[in-house]
Design a protein around this ligand. Sequence first.
Ligand code: HEC
Length: 102
Amino acid sequence: MRLSLLLSLAFCSALLAQESDGKKVFETHCWGCHHQTAVAFGPPFSEIADKRTKDEIKAYVISPESMYKAFGYKRTVMTQFNLSDNELDLISDYILTYKGTK
Ligand code: HEC
């Protein structure tokens, strides 16, 4: 009983930590052009989350230059980043938390 309570606390704080790290990547690199649910220079995360998979999001962030045509854009103005695998994971998960919030 005690143990399962402890385990679920540990689980929740791991989830929280993950969300705030994803948010940190977002605030550091993406916020100037993307907002969570409002259209900014780029599309909102809620819209991206509704139409893309995690792998698609990662692929776009790794190389907008080679992905924009497949995503239906005529050109890309998005910055090319050099994020670590971990940061890519965190930011894609963070974007996907906005699924269904349009
Ligand atoms: C310089 C402005 C800018 C920055 C910074 C930026 N983006 Fe973008 N992003 C755009 C624009 C504009 C588009 C629309 C297509 C294009 O120009 O590439 C876009 C498109 C995207 C798409 C594809 C949208 C779709 O149709 O599914 C994803 C995913 C994305 N951005 C994620 C990110 C993430 C994650 C970051 C931060 C690591 C980021 N962007 C930073 C401007 C930016």
